[in-house]
Design a protein around this ligand. Structure first.
Ligand code: NOJ
Ligand code: CA
Length: 679
């Protein structure tokens, strides 16, 4: 280069620098959590690629991770981007859950809204909004309506999560036929394949992370694919058209979330997912009743009764009344009856087109059963198994819910048993299409169901659902759901749930929200004859450890009648809470959870362990200082163990106070349940 040219460049350079600083674009934007511990930085590189990174206490947690979006019918947002605007704001708000694992919530965060625009070409733009809490980060893409992007046909997100430190991961595979019903893998992060969220990570220096999403509305569920090393990348569930998501602008995506905690229990106590959901949209929801229930259910899973008609039909009027009597006598609010409606004969699994949601089998008198239930102060819990045929279900949806509303049925369990990718939905032209369980079409379907139910004051409990992303805040009638391997796998699973299953769920699936796991199996019967990985005390502990506002007492009634002393805990334990503490635990090893009854003074404690017996010293400092409590303890006996004697239980009482420490001894696959009665 000639000296003259160099001289010219030198003369121009200060001008160029000036232009870059005086006018946008800026190269980076930064925001920290209210306590300044967690920080997020957004940058663009020299090719105009946008990234974010997250640090905690000055140490990287998420290293530079890309942001961006691919479209099926428009140029991608990948390179050629500049930060053209950034705005921050702070938010601190107290709010209440109408029902929940706690009453009082605090939404305290700092927000950074970064506007990214194309440097050349159409100059389209979008925002990425970060909310940084003391316990983690949420961010979403926000697309304004603009020329060239009126409709978004999203083919993939470019969102990445590059985990900065070596980590162990607990995850279930995505894009598999059995939806969320998989055993958790525990692997180094480098061995993660295609994973669902929430995924839980423990880094080499002991930090716990959960990557998930909040407020999944009108979008496809996010999965994670490991690209290389410790880089996880968003992989949206396929849609029913070419694009994975089709929406009109303006549109904001669900929040991508990273919860960060030192203790495993810190993840459990985090309110981040709920804080990122919109407030209650239903107004007065005092009609939603958290409750315990029994049902005509476990006996079908053990093949002792059938959903289908015939000599072993479970849903008979007489059998339903027997359950209603039992519920009434024991203070349980509901009775679930499955197999009551026409359509279970033949190939119902993954088919669903024969189901009627309004016509009962002749041996089940729906009017009489609901009348009898009302008389006894018990509610029938309705059941709509769709076998994934959402289109067929939607045709009957209004009639089905009208019927239940007329009969005083204010909670309905739904089901979507069908291989993943085999749900049936209608597209915009009314054509029948196969859909994934967590694709946009099924997300829309579940919203349609929740809306139709809410209009009639009905709560829904979907099985084989879309994963929980905290929508219960906006739609409190979306009361609980399945979405993991539940108790049913112990009846017929091959293998059943392993000893560490529940201690894994606490720190993985349950971070997303309540689960209708259906605990309380005293009989320990399995179809295979293999021992169930539980002790009796653990079955009781699950009522505290696994949070769900609808909580089943899943076993056959005669098994409860045979063990009234142990069943007393199920009678006593609440399903709605004032406060929750994750007292102790490690992912996949053990969990000790304490909860205070909603509107009451009594505390409850549940502890479960994996295959290792252990003793956990639990300080009772969650109890009110200076107050005395009677601890009613249900613990594993000296010979208890899932392979040895699952039914060996000791039930005893002691006086305790907040200054005491309880030695919680757990047998292999064992547990302990405690009720602290305030004096
Ligand atoms: C699967 C559900 O998880 C289970 O609870 C139900 O009994 C069956 N589907 C039949 O609907
Ligand atoms: Ca299921």
């Amino acid at each position: 280069m000639s000296n003259r040219l160099l001289g010219l460049l030198a003369a121009l350079l200060p001008l160029a620098t000036l232009a870059a600083t005086a006018a946008e674009p800026r190269a980076s934007a930064r925001i920290a959590s209210p306590d300044a511990t967690i920080a997020v930085e957004v940058t663009t590189d020299n090719e105009g690629r946008a990234s974010y990174r997250v640090s905690r206490a000055g140490r990287p947690v998420i290293a530079d991770s890309r942001l961006g979006m691919l479209f099926a019918d428009a140029p991608k947002f990948e390179r050629n981007l500049a930060i053209v605007d950034q705005r921050t704001r702070s938010h601190d708000e107290a709010w209440e859950l109408p029902w929940g694992e706690r009453r009082h919530m605090r939404d305290h965060h700092n927000e950074l809204r970064v506007t990214l625009a194309e440097i050349s070409g159409a100059k389209r733009r979008f925002d990425v909004v970060f909310r940084v809490f003391d316990d983690g980060v949420g961010f979403r893409y926000d697309f304004p309506d603009q020329p060239g992007l009126r409709r978004l046909a999203i083919s993939e997100e470019l969102t990445e999560f590059v985990v900065a430190d070596a980590a162990t991961a607990w995850w279930i595979p995505s894009f598999e036929w059995n939806r969320e019903e998989y055993l958790y893998h525990r692997t180094p992060i480098e061995e993660v394949g295609d994973a669902q969220t929430p995924i839980t990570l423990r880094t080499a220096d002991g930090l716990h992370l959960s990557i998930h999403e909040a407020a999944l509305v009108d979008y496809s569920g996010m999965n994670l694919t490991r690209v290389d090393g410790r880089k996880l990348k968003a992989a949206l569930t396929p849609g029913i058209g070419e694009a994975k998501v089709e929406v009109a602008a303006p549109f904001a995506t669900p929040w991508r979330t990273i919860q960060i905690a030192e203790r495993a229990g810190g993840l459990v106590e985090s309110g981040l997912i709920l804080n990122l959901n919109a407030p209650n949209a239903l107004g007065d929801v005092s009609w939603i009743r958290p409750m315990k229930y029994v049902g005509i259910w476990w006996e079908m899973h053990l093949d002792r009764k059938t959903w289908a008609s015939g000599p072993k039909h479970g849903a008979t009027t007489a059998h339903a009344k027997r359950h209603i009597d039992f519920a009434a006598a024991n203070g349980l609010g509901g009775v679930l009856v499955e197999g009551w409606n026409l359509g279970w004969d033949g190939e119902w699994f993954g088919n669903g087109e024969d189901f009627s949601f309004t016509r009962a089998y002749p041996d089940f008198d729906l009017d009489e059963v609901t009348r009898y239930a009302r008389e006894k102060g018990v509610m029938l819990i309705g059941h709509h198994e769709t076998s994934g045929n959402a289109a067929h279900y939607e045709q009957q949806l209004d009639d089905a819910f009208d019927l239940y509303a007329r009969l005083g049925v204010h909670a309905v369990k739904t089901g979507y048993v069908a291989d993943a990718g085999q749900a049936k939905v209608r597209d915009a032209q009314g054509r029948l299409r196969y859909a994934w369980h967590e694709g946009q079409a099924m997300v829309r379907h579940h919203q349609t169901v929740v809306d139709a139910a809410a209009r009639r004051r009905i709560a829904v409990n979907p099985h084989e659902p879309v994963k929980d992303t905290g929508l219960r805040r906006t739609y409190p009638n979306l009361i609980t759901r399945e979405g993991a391997r539940g108790m049913e796998f112990n009846a017929w699973g091959n293998p059943g749930n392993p000893p560490e299953h529940e201690a894994t769920l606490v720190y993985t699936r349950l971070l997303a929200g309540p689960m209708d796991f259906t605990p309380g199996v005293f009989g320990m019967d399995t179809k295979s004859g293999e021992p169930m990985a539980s002790t009796l005390a653990k079955q009781l502990a699950l009522y505290v450890v696994i949070y769900s506002p609808l909580q089943m007492a899943a076993d056959l009634l005669e098994h409860y009648e045979a063990r009234p002393e142990a069943f007393q805990f199920i009678r006593d334990v609440p399903v709605d809470w004032e406060d929750t503490r994750a007292v102790a635990g490690e992912v996949g090893e053990y969990a000790v959870i304490a909860r205070r009854a909603r509107g009451g003074d009594d505390w409850y404690l549940g502890a479960v362990t994996d295959d290792s017996a252990r003793t956990v010293e639990v300080p009772l400092d969650f109890l009110e200082p200076g107050r005395r409590y009677t601890a009613q303890i249900y613990r594993d006996g000296a010979n208890a163990g899932w392979r040895d004697d699952p039914h060996d239980i000791v039930i005893e009482s002691r006086a305790v106070g907040a200054g005491d420490t309880l030695s919680v001894r757990l047998a292999p696959a064992g547990g302990q349940a405690v009720r602290f009665v305030a004096q």
